[in-house]
Design a protein around this ligand. Structure first.
Ligand SMILES: [Fe+2]
Length: 103
């Protein structure tokens, strides 16, 4: 989660630099999840959506807007989110293979 806070700070600084107003008002409602596997799978869904969103933003800034600096920031964030998704996938696989007691 610390990475996500840093991502938010980087994006906010970038938006402010471009004289925009950062807005993070579209926060998803809290999900009530009672098991670790459900939680991990939900987290993986969120990470996967983040990767798609950052990739789309990267392409918009790299190709349409031609802002290489912002595109670079978005690309780096997408790479970090991809790593988060891989870690979650590995954790989910470990639980599936070895049981929840193994974690
Ligand atoms: Fe993440």
């Amino acid at each position: 989660m610390c990475d996500e806070i840093e991502h938010r700070k980087k994006l906010s600084k970038t938006i402010l630099f471009m004289e925009g107003i950062p807005s993070f008002g579209q926060i998803k409602p809290i999900q009530i999840i009672t098991t670790l596997p459900e939680q991990l799978n939900y987290d993986l869904q969120l990470e996967t959506q983040c990767i798609k969103d950052y990739d789309a933003a990267f392409h918009a800034f790299a190709c349409d807007i031609q802002d290489a600096t912002t595109a670079h920031i978005l690309s780096n964030i997408a790479k970090e989110e991809t790593q988060h998704a891989r870690e979650l996938e590995q954790f989910i696989k470990k639980i599936e293979l070895e049981g929840i007691e193994s974690v």
